[in-house]
Design a protein around this ligand. Structure first.
Ligand code: FES
Length: 127
């Protein structure tokens, strides 16, 4: 079962919060998406997507991790150069956990510090 990873590509860094659509200042999530696209092995069973906004706009970059039947997590304050490897480690832990819940103490530090919310699995569909 593939892990679904969404990366918000819209957040602006705190030092450049402007919303001028003509402003081409870097968005951290775009860097993270590019970093992950290059770093995730082809056989990793991760479905990677950009997202327009995850409603955590003050904590770029922000990601959401989910999978059918598993808890979902929203995680912020990640930087690809600093936290990308930790995120890959966490994704492997998440994939191995039947319900998506990984032991708190085993989560990489940037993930522990960055978790904003978790959401329960969607109920199984009837019929
Ligand atoms: S713009 Fe990135 S979470 Fe809202």
């Amino acid at each position: 079962m593939a892990t679904i990873l969404h990366v918000c590509t819209s957040c602006r860094p705190a030092e450049n919060p402007g919303d001028d659509p003509g402003d081409t200042a870097a968005r951290p999530g775009q860097d993270m998406l590019a970093w992950l696209s290059a770093a995730i092995p082809a056989d990793a069973q991760i479905s990677l997507h950009g997202a327009n906004c995850l409603s955590v706009c003050k904590r770029p970059c922000t990601i959401a991790v989910s999978a059918p039947g598993k808890w979902s997590y929203v995680i912020g304050n990640l930087e690809p150069a600093r936290d990308g490897a930790a995120l890959l480690d966490y994704l492997a832990q998440y994939a191995a956990a039947a319900d998506g819940v990984t032991p708190l103490r085993q989560r990489p530090a940037p993930i522990r510090a960055g978790i904003i919310a978790r959401l329960p699995p969607a109920p199984a569909q009837q019929g």
